[in-house]
Design a protein around this ligand. Structure first.
Ligand code: ATP
Ligand code: MG
Length: 409
């Protein structure tokens, strides 16, 4: 894409009421715009990143037999009353329709998926299965001050699994745990993200969170460096040693919860009478699991974790573009390289604007594509194009005829 055609620009005027690093940087770089506290638009660059995150998550969910669906954001009041959460959940957005009925803007979808699944589950033969969606959630968060880490409207992937026995849920839960590890590795957060033991509720001792280490996180976790797992502060008083090896020397650190998997048991199937006929003819509640991941929170988290003083350093897998091609003092060679990169399927942002070298370099560092290619009279005189990795100090000259093969590897 040509940068001159991008309808957004890097901006200097920042919203005065925004304090979080991730939001300020993403606004400055033209990835997002702030509409209200905890409410953001995703602009072309930000939307490209979000879609890459989405793609990785969909692949991993399909690999564990998740079937993608899309449920409404708007829920009838009855659904939330059935589970008692209409009155109990303080973050629930409630609105009324012109039919004088009340609705909730779903903050999560157990109250939607359970009655939906009831229409298709009759006997053990229909089980197990898993469905997921990637969709906007609404939560009336009190402290929406952490940018994309705590939106009042945000994007979540939620997968729900349905089982005829606890053992079957347990083995699917293991599969989902591995899928989550894959996701965070592919997103470039593998080293910073810890499986974390958290409170489980009435159907299992623990739930598991995936926590990414960052100073801007609101959670405190205690890491076992031997097992590479952690314990959330909320359960540390009852679980003061590593649950896997008994290690007492746990290291306290700040983190943000990027994912959460939970054995729901019959918490939702019981109130909605989601039952099935077992092989022995008896009627039983379906056993459920739920598995969430915050896509927009991940986008913000990556910015918190992967940056330097000049701007963002995107992991290659989710960068808005792989290459940022910069042309200095209009030259035909840059245009030709742009066309050949496009022809070979390389994702490239082409800075063809009439700006100084300094301004273009500053924007490139802020936007943070993994590779910067500069075509200038100087580079051409040296026989080629200047190539620099976003995180490297030094650049190198590569021959004009090697540029395409370099990126088609
Ligand atoms: P937190 O404890 O941070 O408020 P939660 O435990 O309420 O989060 P879940 O209900 O487990 O969150 O939601 C699943 C996932 O959705 C979380 O792991 C997180 O990645 C994401 N998420 C939750 N709340 C928000 C929010 N306000 N803004 C952005 N992402 C969120
Ligand atoms: Mg959670």
């Amino acid at each position: 894409m040509k940068q001159s055609k991008l309808f957004t620009k890097t901006i200097k005027e920042l919203p005065k009421d925004e304090a979080s690093y991730n939001a300020l940087t993403l606004i400055r770089a033209g990835f997002i715009d702030k509409a209200a506290a905890g409410v953001y638009s995703f602009l072309p660059l930000g939307w490209r990143v979000l879609n890459k995150i989405r793609h990785i998550i969909i692949e991993e969910m399909e690999a564990i037999s998740g079937q993608e669906i899309s449920m409404p954001a708007l829920a009838p009041r009855e659904n939330w009353q059935t589970t008692g959460r209409w009155d109990d959940l303080d973050i629930l957005f409630k609105i009324s329709g012109s039919d004088n009925k009340e609705y909730a803007l779903n903050p999560t979808h157990e109250e939607m998926i359970t009655p939906l699944a009831k229409k298709f589950i009759f006997s053990y033969r229909e089980l197990p299965f898993a469905v997921f969606q990637i969709q906007t959630k609404f939560r009336n968060e009190k402290r929406a001050k952490a940018g994309l880490l705590r939106g009042r409207e945000f994007l979540m992937k939620d997968l729900y699994s349905f089982h005829s026995s606890q053992e079957d849920l347990d083995s699917y839960y293991e599969l989902a745990t591995r899928a989550y590890y894959n996701i965070f590795k592919r997103l470039g957060l593998g080293d910073e993200t810890y499986l974390t033991y958290a409170s489980g509720g009435s159907f299992s001792k623990y739930s598991h969170e995936f926590q990414t280490l960052t100073e801007s996180g609101e959670d405190l976790i205690y890491i076992c460096d031997k097992c590479k797992v952690a314990v959330n502060k909320e359960i540390i008083s009852e679980q003061s040693v590593c649950p896997q090896c008994g290690n007492k020397e746990l290291r306290e650190t700040k983190a943000v919860e990027v994912g959460n998997i939970f054995k729901l048991g019959t918490r939702f199937s019981a109130p909605f009478s989601l039952n099935f006929q077992a092989a022995d003819g008896s009627k039983q509640n379906v056993i459920m699991g739920c598995y969430g991941i915050g896509l927009s929170r991940i986008l913000g988290t990556v910015v918190e974790v992967c940056h330097d003083e000049k701007g963002i350093i995107w992991p290659e897998s989710i960068a808005p573009f792989r290459v940022h091609l910069i042309s200095l003092n209009k030259n035909d060679e840059a245009e030709k390289i742009y066309q050949s990169l496009l022809d070979s399927g390389v994702e490239v942002l082409f800075d063809d604007r009439d700006l100084s070298a300094g301004e273009k370099f500053a924007d490139a560092d802020l936007i943070g594509c993994p590779y910067r290619l500069v075509v200038s009279e100087k580079s051409l005189a040296q026989g080629g194009v200047e190539l620099k990795h976003r995180s490297a100090k030094e650049s190198e000259i590569i021959d004009l005829d090697k540029v395409i093969s370099y990126f088609s590897k």
